[in-house]
Design a protein around this ligand. Structure first.
Ligand code: SAM
Length: 507
């Protein structure tokens, strides 16, 4: 049972999880809702309900779902990213033919969505851009209604979240209307606070590697990602859970609190989730970018997460820390180094024997379209500025780069920092399984296995269930950790992996 919650809430959530896995979503939803009515703060039930609301699709607006989405937006612990998918769908199917700002200002779901979720739907973006123009026109008339002003503020909040990636209109002046189009000249209090925090961050060592310097400059300009809230999740004993998932791992007892290292911490979204949900941990978040870390530090204070420290530095310099760590998570980082293996060796050098390392790396097979995009961007000389990013999107979403329209299915298409990271990166390596084998060889780390549901950035449904394929094919290899066999499968199905998320253990 989860500490502090009723047995019934735990049991009902377990029933919900079982029904969810069987695809019986109505029954799962009812079980999660009953669990939440008994224990409103029960993270596992909230996460289950959010996962259903994320997937719910109806041909017409559904009042019941809309009420549940609004309930979710009223709950600080709900997953507003997940709710955003379901909310966007309800808004699209219910969008009036000739939507006016006065009418849409009364749509509670729209206002909550704009304030709390990042839009990732192309149809909805078209509606919102038209609504923004109509709202700006009303704001420029004398005495706009308070409801229209509130709508404009919600659109401005969305624009802040997407980092002003929608097209600008220079005819709209700065001020309350202009805030829907571009950053305003006066810095916001949060930005001022981040500047102060950035200047105070402790530094591991000066950044000297040339690629690290240019990667740092990129993330100073576009800290990745901009995020707004920390969903409530059930507490997790991370070592026990990995030991369950990979029973062939060596069992080693560690003292708590676990020292957890997060190299390439970015703006702190992943490290804060780890610090707030993993049981009994102290997190050290390291990154090249002061601006990114300062964002994370501000969010840590806002969410009352105290078991985390932020440190500016290069992964290459980790051994200078003179400390060892019991657990490491490094997702979306090493493929941006000049020599990813040098980064891996630096991480391995600061791991205690028996510690787990969770890694996420780009895969060649899953990024064909990104590769094409990078070539087109280079050929067309599109700069990685806000103007360049907007121009690229315009051309992809209906212009001469329509062959890249598949990029709109990627979660990272929808804000400036996400898109820059996806298609305009200054340094990117892509792995294949043979490259992965060479990468791990002699690193002091043993490959335990892949993780297939851990935060893939690509929302397209996988071509096939890799685990089922592996099991069917190699019945005698039950650990699923033989990279040579995975290589065989990947040769047959080159799109098997969207990317490589996997776990290793320090020898
Ligand atoms: C794509 S972001 C990923 C952020 C975070 N891990 C996440 O998943 O949200 C990559 C981050 O890695 C950091 N990074 C890249 N190379 C690094 C290095 N050599 N040392 C430290 N951080 C690095 C960048 O500054 C950036 O914040």
């Amino acid at each position: 049972m989860h500490a502090g919650y009723s047995l019934d809430a735990s049991r009902l959530t377990a029933i919900g999880d079982e029904r969810f896995a069987q695809g019986r979503l109505d029954e799962a939803m009812s079980a999660y809702r009953q669990a939440l009515s008994l224990s409103p703060g029960f993270g596992a039930a909230r996460a289950g309900l959010d996962a259903i609301l994320e997937r719910a699709r109806t041909p017409r607006p559904n009042e019941h779902l809309i009420a549940l989405l609004l309930e979710g937006y009223a709950d600080e612990g709900a997953n507003w990213d997940a709710l955003g998918w379901g909310a966007a769908h309800q808004l699209v199917v219910g969008w009036p033919k000739s939507a006016t700002p006065a009418e849409m200002a009364g749509n509670g779901l729209l206002l909550e969505f704009l304030r709390k979720s990042l839009n990732r739907d192309a149809t909805l973006e078209r509606h919102l851009v038209a609504l923004r123009a109509a709202t700006a026109r009303l704001l420029l008339q004398p005495e706009p209604s308070p409801a229209v002003v509130a709508l404009a503020a919600a659109i401005a909040q969305q624009a802040w979240q997407n980092e002003y990636i929608w097209p600008d209109d220079p005819a709209v002046p700065d001020g309350i209307a202009g805030a829907m189009y571009r950053p305003q000249p006066q810095p916001q209090p949060d930005a001022l606070e981040e500047r102060r925090l950035a200047a105070e961050l402790p530094e591991l060592a000066p950044i000297t590697d040339a690629v690290s310097q240019s990667v740092a400059a990129m993330y100073e300009a576009n800290p990745y990602p901009r995020w707004t809230h920390l969903p409530r999740r059930p507490t997790l004993d991370v070592r026990a859970s990995l030991q369950r998932d990979f029973p062939h791992a060596r069992a080693v007892d560690f003292e708590t609190p676990l020292a957890v290292l997060m190299p390439g911490a970015g703006t702190g979204q992943h490290p804060l989730l780890v610090a707030s949900t993993y049981d009994n941990v102290e997190v050290t978040a390291v990154d090249l970018s002061r601006t990114s870390l300062a964002y994370g530090k501000r969010m840590a204070a806002r969410h009352g997460v105290g078991n985390i420290e932020f440190l500016r530095g290069d992964i290459l310099d980790l051994p200078r820390l003179g400390r060892v760590f019991d657990h490491v998570e490094c997702v979306g980082v090493l493929h941006h180094m000049a020599d990813p293996r040098a980064g891996l060796l630096a991480i391995s050098a600061v791991m205690r024997p028996g510690a787990f390392l969770r890694l996420g790396l780009y895969g060649e097979g899953g990024r064909k379209i990104v590769e094409k995009a990078r070539r087109d961007i280079a050929a067309a000389r599109i700069p990685p500025t806000l103007e360049g990013l907007r121009d690229f999107r315009r051309r992809v979403m209906g212009g001469d780069l329509g062959r890249l329209a598949g990029l709109t299915a990627w979660e990272d298409f929808w804000s400036a920092s996400l898109l820059r990271d996806l298609c305009f990166h200054v340094q990117e390596h892509r792995f294949t399984i043979p490259r992965l084998r060479a990468f791990l060889e002699g690193s002091g780390l043993t490959f335990l296995g892949f993780e297939f549901n851990a935060g893939s950035a690509h929302r397209a449904v996988a071509e096939a269930d890799p685990i089922a394929l592996y099991r069917a094919r190699f019945r005698n290899e039950t650990t699923l950790s033989d990279l040579a066999r995975w290589e065989q499968l990947e040769c047959e199905k080159p799109a098997l992996f969207a990317g490589y998320a996997f776990v290793c253990q320090k020898d």
